[in-house]
Write a new protein. Sequence first.
Length: 286
Amino acid sequence: MKKVTPKKRQSARKSHQSPERQSLQPSTQPGWAVVTGATSGIGRHYALALARRGYAVLMTGRRRKELEAASRAIAAETGMPVEPWVVDLADAAARSTFLDRVMQCGRIDVVVANAGFGYAEPFVGGPLQSARNMIAVHVISVVELFHRVIPAMVQRRCGALVVVSSLASRLPVPGSENYVATKSYLNSFSESLAVGLKPLGITVQTLLPGFTRTDFHRYDPAFQTRQPASHLLPWMKPEDVVRASLRALDRKRPVCIPGLGNRILAQAFALLPRALVRAIMRQRAH
């Protein structure tokens, strides 16, 4: 993914740029970045970071007031066009309308599939509609979005796609069966795309964040106050997660696990026999 800073913004704000922004030299006029689930947290910080790099941003969310406030703040800071698009990605008709708007943007350089949610009800004995909605948002919306934007990227032989998964997707998690299953699908989907699209100049990244301080867990207040099991696994800030992701994307790395502790944990669980992993997760659930 090319790092770009618009010339007019570079000259107008040169004295206020951080060292990181000063390193972003203009090369070509950037196009659009599409970020789903950008009302707050990781998605909002992606939208901000990409606007800082000179991309016009189309950002989605469900909470109109918060989304519009975020888009105004990003546009005011960066001077870039930032368009909020309120959409419930669990709704097929709403997704179709959103995809039509995406295709009207013209050149799309970056897509970040970040939209996601959790819910407190269990899968066993819980509402089936919640599970269906999660599959629609986490899986179907990403497949439909990528299916629309990839052909033009292939034709131009450039572009970047980011799928925001979860470190938990590599584990069996009782009580979050549907969540980790949908994220596991994204892992395989995006890694396979990364292999196939790399020769065509397109970078695909799977982002696997661990505990991150966002309002994602607002449905479960007890989770938000949970202390990390080890000082090696602290809660991360969303801006730090996004910074790590974009740094890895610039280096064309197909998988990004932000945080040293998270990378150590992922490697440790990968080396353990799967039966032992299941036993550990069963013990933690009780």
